[in-house]
Design a binder for this molecule. Structure first.
Ligand SMILES: [Zn+2]
Length: 143
């Protein structure tokens, strides 16, 4: 149930008292919308601009504790079609590996040189039909 390849675009960069430094990303695939909200980033650390398309593995900003936060943490809210989805499931669908998975991948190829970054075009190629998740199944699993 992968949705690897959905282009995500920066749709908002800002700062407020509650969230501190914040980022909105969104993407659209097959008539569905995918939204990511993240906040509490370190001052001056956001490395992307409004309208920019981002890819898996790209550094967007540095985890911090700005806004109403009692310690450094990455605050993430993820939605599909405006409905909240567990971020772990959301990122898995978008093909973003977890930190543990990335560490495992690194450990498996210690001598290999750095993998070249995929070309931006590659991230925008349409996803093949059999990779489309059943959103109904996601809701059932979650509720
Ligand atoms: Zn938070």
């Amino acid at each position: 149930m992968q949705l690897d390849g959905v282009p995500m675009t920066v749709s908002g960069v800002g700062k407020d008292k509650t969230s501190g430094n914040k980022l909105h990303l969104n993407g659209e695939y097959n008539g569905h919308t995918f939204d990511i909200f993240m906040c509490h980033f370190q001052n001056g650390s956001i490395q992307v601009k409004n309208g920019q398309t981002v890819t898996a593995g790209q550094t967007l900003a540095k985890v911090g504790s700005t806004g109403h936060s009692k310690g450094p943490h990455l605050h993430i809210e993820t939605k599909i079609d405006g409905r909240a989805v567990d971020p772990k499931r959301f990122y898995k669908m978008l093909g973003v590996p977890t930190v543990a998975e990335r560490e495992r991948q690194k450990a498996q190829q210690p001598a290999a040189p750095q993998q070249p970054q995929p070309a931006p075009e590659a991230a925008q190629q349409p996803v093949s039909g059999d990779k489309v998740p059943s959103l109904n199944r996601i809701w059932e699993e979650q509720d």
